[in-house]
Design a protein. Structure first.
Length: 270
């Protein structure tokens, strides 16, 4: 008779578990994590395993180790958000954290109109096809009750749309940033895409971006991209933030007034 060996318990990834607690706000910047001995008891692991997990958080900027005191959560600006593991944590765990959502939205509002302008100037036929395919995927997904089409969700097509515009800029840095921040962009997209009425309005704004890029209209593309972000800001309760985000220098031929009240009103009425 064969005696089956007991099943080995699968322990959670300690770095992931602690990162989740940090990103969702259980531990805020300035707070100390539990002591090593308490973490050992909680996760039923050795002290060396806990220290290895803590070192991962140190390496990604989430915490700092203070001799004689413990592990303290770093300010948000110290977090290495371009680190793939951190951006993965961001997408997975930051949904309840409005401070992080605000930072991601601020980044997008500052750069996406500029990137849309570049795309209108440099997009190739292949780039246009990628943008149009993502847009059509969004539309098709909305026709289905589960908001899915061809194995992808509406939100996934939305992220692909923005990623394709970054790629169409044909600037290596912007293209790479879009890949790294893809989970972060997905976080904001998922939060903003909710009601059917809002989605219909959002799709029209996305279409204007696509058309401006296709027609080689850089200024129109920048304004349309801002209109998309304005809709996103409304959905997230961050609409007032647009007026306080500095645009990238030399982006526009209007003394960086894309973000002033007159032009925002013009975008709304257009």
């Amino acid at each position: 008779m064969t005696v089956s060996s007991p099943k080995r318990r699968i322990r959670p990834d300690i770095a992931d578990a602690l990162a989740e607690s940090i990103f969702n706000g259980d531990y805020s910047p300035g707070d100390f994590l539990p002591r090593e001995v308490d973490l050992c008891e909680r996760f039923e692991v050795s002290r060396s395993t806990v220290r290895s997990a803590l070192q991962t958080l140190v390496a990604t900027g989430l915490i700092t180790r203070i001799s004689g005191q413990g592990s303290r959560v770093q300010p948000l600006e110290k977090w290495h958000l371009l680190d793939p593991r951190v951006s993965g944590w961001l997408a997975s765990y930051a949904k309840p954290n409005p401070a992080i959502q605000r930072e991601v939205f601020s980044f997008r509002a500052a750069v996406e109109p500029y990137v849309a302008r570049l795309a209108a100037e440099h997009a190739t036929a292949v780039d246009l096809l990628a943008i149009e395919t993502a847009y059509e995927g969004m539309i098709k997904a909305l026709e289905n009750e589960d908001r899915c089409y061809a194995g992808k969700t509406h939100d996934e097509y939305d992220v692909a749309f923005h990623e394709a515009i970054f790629t169409a800029s044909h600037n290596l840095v912007w293209a790479q940033i879009s890949h790294v921040l893809k989970p972060a962009i997905a976080l904001v997209v998922e939060r903003s895409n909710q009601s059917a009425k809002r989605l219909s309005d959002s799709m029209e704004r996305h279409r204007r971006v696509m058309e401006a890029i296709r027609l080689r209209q850089p200024q129109a593309a920048a304004e349309a991209a801002l209109a998309v972000l304005q809709r996103t800001g409304q959905d997230l309760g961050l609409e007032g933030l647009l007026r306080h985000i500095p645009a990238i220098e030399t982006t526009f031929d209007c003394n960086n007034d894309l973000y002033n009240n007159d032009l925002v009103t013009r975008v709304q009425e257009g």
